[in-house]
Design a protein around this ligand. Structure first.
Ligand SMILES: NCc1[nH]cc(CCC(=O)O)c1CC(=O)O
Length: 310
């Protein structure tokens, strides 16, 4: 079997696609990369929240899946909308990298809680809101572009530090620039952060599909992501809405998921933890979302949506 893998062409996307190639190769599946540019790669002059459409980094890959010019699309799990059109499916999640965010800077002395005032570059509404909530003295600077672009902007002095996913920083080999690992209990990451997802057209040949699922899937990660994505689906959170959730296995019989929503100004943070059996991960994520909505999340989300779209 020969698999055509669709990927964006940023260095991180290519790393992730090559990682999937390695997994496929181990099962004697040959593959090639097909590079596809997305709207998220092209539009760099507006903030992600303002562009706002779901699937900013995924739409063009999905078009090629439907057209049959690629067999699979490789995405950061975090970039995938919580619900897919009925002719597309996710068939695998890779083993998750550490899910936390990190502070990246040339200045080793910087720390979010150090009391010192500095500018933090980020383009995520979740990170901006959390900075406002936990670190009132810091200034968030909107910082679009792929990892290399953001590091260039850091070096040009447009900000003093960047807030990024550990997974991307590590995969690009920039561990030396990490000055702080942020605790997930405070800076709970975005749903799916750290895992890589394989998306296919539902019409894909079932032998090909099963072979890919078998070699790429990390079952504990997949179960956690099922809980997180059920949470996201219930909140109807796109990538510009500051929701967050992280599930993990506590022991054989238990997974726990912590998640919630934060107001754009950081003033209101609603967060809760639910625990249950892995077999009911979807229900667990859904129940967590219901509880967050009841505790004021519903109203908070309505306010967030109307201010982002105004
Ligand atoms: N939306 C951008 C994006 N999508 C996935 C990652 C990092 C890798 C990952 O979370 O798996 C990043 C960059 C970042 O948030 O720092």
């Amino acid at each position: 079997m020969h698999i055509r893998i669709g990927t964006r062409s940023s260095r991180l996307a290519v790393w992730q696609a090559e990682h999937v190639q390695t997994l496929l190769h181990a099962a004697e599946l040959t593959s090639e990369l097909v590079f596809i540019e997305t709207k998220g790669d092209q539009v760099l002059d507006r903030s992600l929240a303002k562009i706002g459409s779901k699937g900013l980094f995924t739409q063009e890959l999905e078009d090629q899946l439907r057209a049959g010019s690629i067999d699979i699309a490789v995405h950061s799990a975090k970039d995938l909308p919580s619900s897919l059109p009925s002719d597309l499916e996710i068939i695998a999640f890779t083993e998750r990298e550490q899910a936390n965010d990190v502070l990246v800077s040339r200045n080793k002395a910087l720390s979010l809680k150090g009391g010192e005032e500095f500018r933090v570059g980020t383009s995520s509404t979740r990170r901006v809101a959390m900075l406002k909530h936990f670190c009132e003295h810091l200034t968030a600077v909107d910082m679009r572009g792929n990892l290399q672009t953001r590091l260039r902007k850091l070096d040009e002095g447009q900000c003093d530090a960047l807030l990024l996913a550990y997974a991307g920083v590590h995969r690009m080999g920039y561990d030396d620039l990490i000055v702080e690992h942020l605790p997930v209990a405070e800076f709970t990451p975005a749903v799916g952060q750290g895992s890589i997802a394989i998306e296919v057209a539902s019409s894909l040949n079932s032998d090909v599909r099963d072979a890919i699922t078998r070699v790429v899937t990390h079952e504990p990660t997949a179960i956690c992501l099922r809980a997180e994505r059920a949470f996201l689906a219930r909140l109807e959170g796109g990538c510009s809405i500051p929701t967050f959730a992280l599930a993990h296995w506590s022991d054989e019989q238990t997974i726990s998921i912590t998640g919630g929503v934060i107001s754009l100004d950081g003033n209101e943070l609603i967060r809760e933890t639910f625990t249950g059996p892995p077999a009911e991960s979807t229900l667990l994520g859904h129940s967590l979302a219901e509880s967050i909505l009841e505790r004021g999340g519903d109203e908070l989300l309505q306010r967030i949506r109307s201010s982002i779209w105004s």
